[in-house]
Design a protein around this ligand. Structure first.
Ligand SMILES: [Zn+2]
Ligand SMILES: [Zn+2]
Ligand SMILES: [Zn+2]
Length: 316
């Protein structure tokens, strides 16, 4: 007999061993059998590449704060391997980070607050699972004319996984008859399952017009996407900039003199990025925009903007 439901692979990238074990146990109890767990960004990305190469499509549970790599660096690298990767981000503190808030608002990632609430995780995973099964089944018996019921169901899936979404995004994610989608949306609105928000501008690809466009990040100096967040100490006397942990025993790694008084002979710069490849330290990341549909990359000046009706969904 064929197995009724084969669950996805899950890749946990989490530096806290305790949290990783909790997650693993919980996922096992949910029926996930293939759970891979990594403690830093580098091994996480390597495992992800291996899993994709071997033909699996893992869901990634990513901790926002990891020792060796910034989450924006990891997400950029995952996307370059697989533009439709499903990432569930978990974070305790970085919710206000502009880049991430934007990703979450655009509904392209799921987001979980720490400490992790398992019922929230279950809800996200169940939706992903249901969605995947539905589309798998449907693509097998795809007939040219979808029934209206199928179309509505696809709209429901799209709405289930997002808090706010534009009409353009719904249409593009679902595909199919736009008039029918619009009338179904009106129907949901009248049943208070959707709330109309103001019109907003939304980025779209300058080649294929898709609004599935997300921001990716890289080092301004070498253009590579492997970097981490770091606390930097500037030693005024010799002009050295290094990570805090390189000042062993309070000695400057460049001039070997002791750093003495904060603000007098040295200062601490927080929230700097340091490139893992070229070692360059910088305050702002460079970024560009990746179209998840045609994989075209463009700068902020090149992206197109379109105005679209936004909706707030009632669930989640
Ligand atoms: Zn495109
Ligand atoms: Zn670099
Ligand atoms: Zn020095």
């Amino acid at each position: 007999m064929k197995e009724a439901s084969q669950k996805d692979h899950v890749l946990i990238i989490e530096d806290s061993v305790a949290t990783a074990i909790l997650l693993k146990n919980y996922l096992t109890s949910m029926g996930y059998k293939e759970i891979h767990s990594c403690q830093d960004g580098k091994t996480g990305i390597d495992s992800f590449k291996d899993l994709v190469k071997s033909g699996t499509d893992p869901i990634v549970l990513l901790d926002f704060v990891l020792p060796d790599m910034d989450a924006k660096s990891i997400m950029t690298q995952l996307l370059e391997v697989k533009p439709d990767v499903k990432v569930i981000l978990s974070t305790a503190t970085e919710k206000t980070d502009a880049g991430v808030t934007e990703l979450i608002r655009r509904g392209l990632y799921q987001y979980m607050e720490k400490p992790i609430r398992f019922e929230k995780l279950k809800q996200i995973l169940d939706t992903l699972d249901e969605e995947r099964k539905y589309f798998e089944k449907n693509s097998k018996h795809k007939v040219s004319a979808d029934t209206d019921k199928d179309l509505y169901k696809e709209v429901d899936f799209v709405l289930k996984s997002q808090k706010q979404i534009s009409l353009t995004m719904i249409k593009q994610l679902v595909g199919g008859d736009e008039v029918k989608i619009e009338s179904y949306i009106k129907d949901l609105e009248s049943k208070n399952k959707l709330t109309k928000l103001e019109n907003r501008r939304e980025m779209s690809c300058n080649q294929c017009d898709s609004v599935k466009v997300i921001q990716i990040f890289y080092c301004p100096s070498c253009q590579r996407n492997d970097f981490k967040m770091a606390k930097i100490i500037e030693h005024f006397k010799c002009g050295n900039f290094s990570e805090e942990n390189e000042y062993v025993d309070d000695k400057c790694p460049k001039c070997r003199k002791e750093i003495k008084a904060l603000g007098v002979d040295y200062r601490v710069l927080k929230n700097r990025y340091i490139c893992n490849k070229c070692g360059e330290i910088f305050q702002e990341l460079s970024s560009s925009f990746l179209c998840l549909k045609c994989e075209n990359k463009s700068s902020i000046e090149e992206v197109r903007w379109k105005t679209s009706q936004f909706f707030k969904t009632a669930n989640m």
